[in-house]
Design a protein around this ligand. Structure first.
Ligand code: HDD
Length: 713
């Protein structure tokens, strides 16, 4: 059995039956019937070689002692290949393991020369190459794209003065105030230590146990339970530098700064039920969306903005700007848009670029400086350190994706694991006078142009203390909740109900309810009602929260752009459908910038009324409506009957309805709509009156429909 399998395996070579070639036998080079290889002889430039350059004659068969004999240790081709494969994986990131990235550029539109000497922020019109990676936080590298989670928003800008990495999130605040709590936070949110689950989910005991005992996390929890934590697309997320930084001008005068990225496509989200279903339908939903958009030439773009404020302005705020659990409302310090980021090129290789990219908050350029934020201070150690175990070498900065591409880099650091550079000469120390001897002396310090730290006066005792100014944990949580629209408040409350319903320890649920009352009594009551629990006594806050002026800028609902750019529309077509309606919907949606896909029960397509075949872009079962922003049902009477017998057809329509999407339909689809419980509203559009009426509701969600289809807290 084994013998005949060997002899006929594709690409295998025949060998003498005895397995012992005699001196008179020709080498086994002929291929038996059924064993042909698809390979043809390679030209010298195309041929496979070992890692050391030796051409490989056979990439299908290992070297054996006879055709059926054991493999030989001397087969360096086999050993090298298997050994390299065995070591293909490197440790995934301890957090933000699941990520997707793209290349692009930063372009400055307004100079900040008054505030900074950083060239990237003063040279208007110059384009700086960059690499941006977006990520979830809690899940492993192979987890899905759409859990409820914070998203990392990391941008590496290859400036002319070194790499500047802005390693932020899509939420402007953070869970904790001091870096010393970070390992605890991450242990609590990741898979529970004994069980190894849940993967990529905060809805479990240990996370909420930690949160209940850490009131400073409450503001971040408001964001994490909002729709911001279930983004529609990586292209539709805001980005924030989170920590406060400084800008430093030529005279070393400092001003505080917070960094912002604002997506051209607007900030858009999915619904929770939708996100859960997308996770099953397309675990790579965000990665695919980013890749396909760039491939199609729809380059994602963000405005780059700064909030600038002086020490005096910072002192006047009712919170501490060194506290990363606080934001500065745009209404208090407006965002000045001074540049843009465009992502216009997909990585060539996921591992070499996206996986090996090492973002470091310590990558900063002259004219920008850190603040004393204790979370940031800890980050300044952690990232460099984590790369050493992840990438395994102090020379990780030499990897192409991490290299300072905008300028040369040179110093007297030498050697180390995986050194790629070949420095010449003997100048490996400084100062040296070798130049006086006619030798290469190497680079020198640049007191004027080099990186300088803001001369911030500091004094005090060594203490393990948190400043009193960090003590108010609830005012901004309240500000966020109360600034939301009613629909967003209902989503936030419902998310809390969902997550806490997964918490088995009742005391943990009670503690969260006790804390939530410091945010808003109505919120706490709604969550308690949703949990079917009595509201416990309010917990005592360290500082009584204040009612701050609301910030409508914190909302998403009501701010979707008036366009279909970046959105996907599906036209579900059956045999016998009216081709003219398909064409009209496609044309109208594409005119507004949508990507339109034809979905049919069979991947080959549908035979339209009149006999013409319309090719499909996808088959119904593999393309549920959760993957689209709006759907049109262009069906025949018979086609409708078929769809009503198919759970994929029923789910397609039902989910589009309960996910608040616009549904265009030809009258033949009415029985299907009825079966799926679709009730008329502004988003349910009869296409017999033309396709135009479908476009406006396709640009948004039908928020008014939600109370009809979902019990919200
Ligand atoms: Fe972090 C990765 C963002 C606090 C320690 N972090 C990482 C990434 C992002 C952030 C986007 C992934 C970068 C990439 O795509 O490779 N982290 C943040 C933000 C924070 C924050 C916005 C709060 C303002 N992080 C934070 C703290 C610590 C870390 C307080 C530790 C003291 N973060 C890390 C890390 C990671 C990381 C362990 C894991 C992989 C890596 O760095 O490269 O060093």
């Amino acid at each position: 059995m084994a013998k005949s399998k060997d002899a006929t395996a594709p690409g295998s070579k025949s060998a003498p039956k005895s397995g012992k070639p005699s001196a008179s036998q020709a080498p086994p080079v002929t291929r038996p019937a059924g064993g042909e290889t698809h390979q043809t002889a390679a030209a010298p430039d195309d041929r496979i070689t070992t890692n050391h350059g030796v051409p490989v004659s056979d990439n299908q068969n290992s070297l054996k002692a006879g055709a059926r004999g054991p493999s030989l240790l001397e087969d360096f081709v086999l050993r090298e290949k298997i050994q390299h494969f065995d070591h293909e994986r490197i440790p995934e990131r301890i957090v933000h393991a699941r990520g997707s990235a793209a290349h692009g550029y930063f372009e400055l539109t307004k100079s900040l020369a008054r505030y900074t000497r950083a060239k990237i922020l003063t040279e208007v019109g110059r384009r700086t190459e960059l690499f941006a990676r977006f990520s979830t936080v809690a899940g492993g590298a192979g987890s899905v794209d759409t859990p409820r989670d914070v998203r990392g928003f990391a941008v590496k800008m290859y400036t002319r003065e070194g790499n500047w990495d802005l390693v932020g999130n899509n939420i402007p605040v953070f869970f904790i105030q001091d870096a010393i709590k970070f390992p605890d936070l991450i242990h609590a949110v990741k898979m529970e230590a004994d069980k190894g689950y849940p993967q990529a989910a905060s809805a479990h005991d240990t996370f909420w146990d930690f949160i209940g005992l850490m009131p400073e996390a409450t503001h971040m929890i408001m964001w994490a339970m909002s729709d911001r934590a279930i983004p529609r697309s990586l292209r539709m997320m805001e980005g924030f530098g989170v920590n406060t930084f400084r800008l430093l001008n030529d005279k070393d005068e400092a001003v505080f700064v917070k960094f912002h990225w604002r997506p051209k496509l607007g900030t858009q989200s999915t619904g929770w039920d939708e996100a859960v279903k997308i996770a099953g339908a397309d675990p790579d939903y965000h990665r695919r969306d980013l890749f396909e958009a760039i491939e199609a030439g729809n380059f994602p773009e963000w405005e780059f903005g700064v909030q600038l404020f002086t020490q005096e302005e910072a002192d006047a705020l009712p919170f501490d700007i060194l506290d990363a659990t606080k934001l500065i409302p745009e209404e208090v310090a407006p965002i000045r848009v001074v540049g843009r980021m465009v992502l216009d090129r997909n990585p060539d290789n996921f591992f070499a670029e996206t996986e090996q990219a090492a973002f470091l908050p310590t990558n900063i350029v002259p004219g920008i400086d850190f603040s004393e934020d204790p979370l940031l201070q800890g980050r300044l150690f952690s990232y460099q350190d984590t790369q050493l175990s992840r990438l395994g070498s102090v020379n990780f900065h030499q990897l192409p994706i991490n290299q300072a591409k905008g300028c040369p880099f040179q110093n007297f650091q030498r050697d180390g694991h995986m050194q790629m550079a070949v420095p010449k000469g003997r100048a490996n120390y400084e100062p040296n006078s070798l130049a006086d001897n006619g030798e290469e002396g190497g680079p020198r310090e640049d007191p004027k142009g080099g990186f300088r730290t803001a001369p911030v006066p500091l004094e005090g005792e060594k203490v393990r203390l948190r400043a009193e100014t960090f003590a108010d944990h609830y005012s901004q949580a309240r500000l966020f909740f109360r600034s939301q629209t009613p629909i967003e408040q209902a989503h936030l409350a419902s998310a809390l109900v969902f997550e806490l319903s997964k918490v088995a320890i009742e005391a943990v649920r009670l503690r969260i309810l006790a804390n939530l009352q410091n945010v808003d009594t109505d919120l706490a009551t709604r969550v308690a009602t949703g949990l079917g629990m009595d509201l416990p006594a309010k917990s005592a806050p360290a500082v009584e929260p204040q009612d701050l002026d609301l910030s409508p800028a914190l909302r998403i609902v009501g701010k979707y752009p008036d366009s279909l750019m970046g959105r996907k529309v599906a036209i579900l077509v059956t045999d016998g459908a009216d081709g003219a309606v398909v064409t009209a919907v496609k044309k109208a949606a594409e005119a507004e910038g949508a990507a339109v896909l034809i979905i049919a029960p069979k991947v080959g397509g549908a035979t339209l009324k009149g006999g013409k075949l319309l090719k499909a872009d996808g088959q119904l079962a593999g393309n549920p409506s959760v993957l689209f922003d709006a759907v049109a049902l262009v069906v025949s009477d018979d086609g409708c009957v078929q769809l009503m017998k198919d759970s994929a057809g029923i789910d397609f329509v039902h989910n589009a309805f309960v996910h608040l999407k616009a549904i265009g339909f030809t009258p033949e689809a009415q029985p299907l709509l009825d079966k799926c419980g679709v009730e008329p509203d502004a988003g349910i559009v009869d296409l017999s009156g033309g396709a135009d009426g479908f476009i406006a509701p396709a640009k948004t969600r039908q928020w008014d429909r939600e109370p009809k289809v979902r019990m919200l807290a």
